[in-house]
Design a binder for this molecule. Structure first.
Ligand code: PAF
Length: 280
């Protein structure tokens, strides 16, 4: 397993692989890898001859008051995980390698991004679409792997790939959870012991919502009221949003009469965590 820091180095390695007829999978990450990322690397290693894992904390997708500086970083630990799961290359550029001083081109989306996380994090998806486009252009993967935990991100990337005719298959992979249900996230490391206990309220509430929907409840306001009441019982939790949206448009709906995404962002102390479930 090799760690590469420059675009030119990655291009050279991938050019060699392609000339040998080898397929390439890309797992874009911001590092501090956990079992969720490991499952994406496993899937890529299973479906492709070679796997590149990008580890880049992308400044463009963080708002001014967000956790860019404190975002956890540990490249040695990441390298062990990538290598144990069959990854071949880590692409770990410095911000200046990705964004030269005169950088001025962006990928923006006018649908799917005005709800859920896009509402609370206005610059977020522009940053994600721009960096993912750059990574796709650098690595030229056959397939790219994203977690379902960031369900809106996955939908946005699939839409972007279709809009811009990018010849890349986007594979979404299921949420990986801790034994008590908490969705794995690099941000879970911010939680102190008391907050970690409280954070289980997210997955418990997701389960509650899922059960209500499975049992045939179709009134979104009623389902959301019960879910919010459950979160409000946890003193350390503060709701950013809990919403039910049409899974293909990301717009809020009143009645469950089509595939939905039920998504939430909840602060546990200062840490903002997300979780979701969807129906097909
Ligand atoms: O999901 C993430 O970790 C990031 O948003 C991504 C896709 C790596 C882009 O920076």
């Amino acid at each position: 397993m090799t760690i590469l820091k420059t675009v030119a180095e990655v291009r050279e390695v991938v050019r060699r692989w392609h000339s040998q007829g080898l397929s390439v999978g890309l797992v874009p990450t911001m590092g501090y890898l956990h079992e969720g990322h490991a499952s994406l690397i496993d899937k890529s290693a299973e479906q492709n001859d070679k796997t590149v894992v990008s580890v880049f904390v992308n400044p463009m997708q963080f708002g001014p008051s967000e956790d860019l500086d404190s975002y956890p970083r540990d490249l040695n630990r990441d390298a062990d995980i990538v290598s144990a799961h069959g990854g071949n290359v880590i692409f770990n550029p410095e911000p200046e390698e990705m964004y030269h001083s005169d950088f001025s081109s962006f990928v923006d989306m006018t649908v799917l991004t005005d709800e859920l996380c896009g509402l609370s994090r206005p610059v977020h998806f522009r940053g994600v679409c721009t960096v993912v486009t750059k990574l796709f252009n650098i690595v030229k993967p056959d397939r790219a792997y994203f977690g379902q935990k960031d369900a809106q991100q996955l939908a946005v990337i699939k839409h972007m790939v279709s809009d811009l005719n990018m010849d890349i298959e986007i594979i979404g992979c299921p949420i990986v959870r801790e034994s008590d249900g908490l969705a794995k996230s690099s941000r879970n490391t911010y939680l102190n012991r008391e907050e970690r206990k409280a954070a289980v309220v997210l997955s418990e509430t997701i389960k509650l919502g899922e059960t209500l929907v499975k049992n045939g409840e179709t009134d979104c306001a009623g389902i959301l009221a019960k879910m919010k009441a459950n979160i409000d019982k946890e003193p350390l939790a503060e709701i950013d949003y809990v919403k039910i949206v049409d899974a293909s448009t990301m717009q809020q709906i009143e009645k469950i009469d089509r595939p939905i995404l039920c998504a939430m962002a909840v602060y546990i102390g200062k840490t903002r965590l997300i979780d979701n479930f969807f129906t097909e």
